[in-house]
Design a protein around this ligand. Structure first.
Ligand SMILES: [Zn+2]
Length: 214
C-alpha cells in the first residue's frame, strides 16, 4: 500500500461519485446483471486515482463505504482488499484518459454472447440505431466491433490482450471476457450506463437473430 498523494481534497468528489456509482450498481443489480456478488464498478477521481468496489459485496446494496481508492498503476491507496479485477479498471484509466467511469457486469446476455462469440474473437454490431448511443458514432451505418478476450484468473493475461488489441490500432469502446461478462466505460457514469445498456441490448438482438430460421 502506498500513501495517499494528497490529504482529503478528493473527499467531496469521491462521495458524490460513489453515491452515483452505488445507484447505478443498484439499478444493474435489479436487472439481474450482477449475480452472486459478481461485477465491479469504478469512477475516476482525478488523473491518477479512482474509486472502485471492494471485493465480495452485494452490488444491489452498496454504500459509500463499499468503495476504495486505487491509483492507475493498480496500487491500493487504502488498507482494503480490492477485487482482483480492479487491475483491469486501472489499465483502462491509464491507457484511455477519456475514461471517467467503468461498469463491469455479468448479465445472462453478456455471458452467453461472450461464450458464443469466443471462438471468433470478436462480435460485430452493425445496422442498429442504438449504435448512435456510443461516442464517435453519428449514424446507424457505423459498426462497433467488440473483442472477446479469453477468461483468466491471471489479470495480467487479460491486460496483455487489451494492450494487443489497442496496439493493433483497433477502437475499443467495451470488451467481453469469455464465459464471464462485459466491461464498458464512458466519460462519466451516465455515459457508461448508456453504453452498457446499448451494448447489452445489441448483444441480445444478435443472439435472438441466431434463433430465427435462415
Ligand atoms: Zn467479473
Amino acid at each position: 500500500m502506498s500513501a495517499t498523494p494528497s490529504s482529503a481534497d478528493h473527499e467531496p468528489v469521491r462521495a458524490r461519485l460513489t453515491q452515483s456509482l452505488a445507484a447505478a450498481a443498484a439499478e444493474l443489480a435489479r436487472r439481474g446483471w450482477t449475480p452472486a456478488t459478481s461485477s465491479n464498478f469504478s469512477a475516476r477521481i482525478d488523473a491518477t486515482r479512482f474509486a472502485v468496489t471492494v471485493s465480495g459485496r452485494d452490488k444491489g446494496r452498496l454504500g459509500c463505504d463499499d468503495f476504495m481508492l486505487m491509483d492507475t498503476q493498480a496500487c491500493a491507496l487504502e488498507a482494503r482488499k480490492p477485487s482482483a479485477e480492479a487491475r483491469l479498471h486501472a489499465q483502462l484509466y491509464r491507457l484511455l484518459p477519456r475514461t471517467g467511469a467503468i461498469l463491469h457486469t455479468h448479465s445472462l446476455t453478456q455471458t452467453v454472447a461472450s461464450r458464443h462469440f469466443a471462438a471468433a474473437g470478436s462480435v460485430r454490431l452493425a445496422g442498429y440505431e442504438l449504435i448512435k448511443a456510443l461516442a464517435g458514432h453519428d449514424t446507424h451505418e457505423q459498426d462497433l466491433v467488440l473483442p472477446v478476450f479469453a477468461n483468466s484468473q491471471e489479470m495480467a493475461a487479460i491486460e496483455r490482450d487489451v494492450q494487443t488489441w489497442l496496439d493493433a490500432g483497433h477502437p475499443l469502446h467495451a470488451y467481453l471476457i469469455s464465459g464471464h461478462g462485459l466491461y464498458a466505460w464512458g466519460r462519466d457514469i451516465d455515459e457508461a450506463m448508456r453504453y452498457i445498456e446499448a451494448i447489452d441490448f445489441m448483444l441480445a438482438c444478435e443472439l435472438e437473430l441466431r434463433k430465427l430460421p435462415a
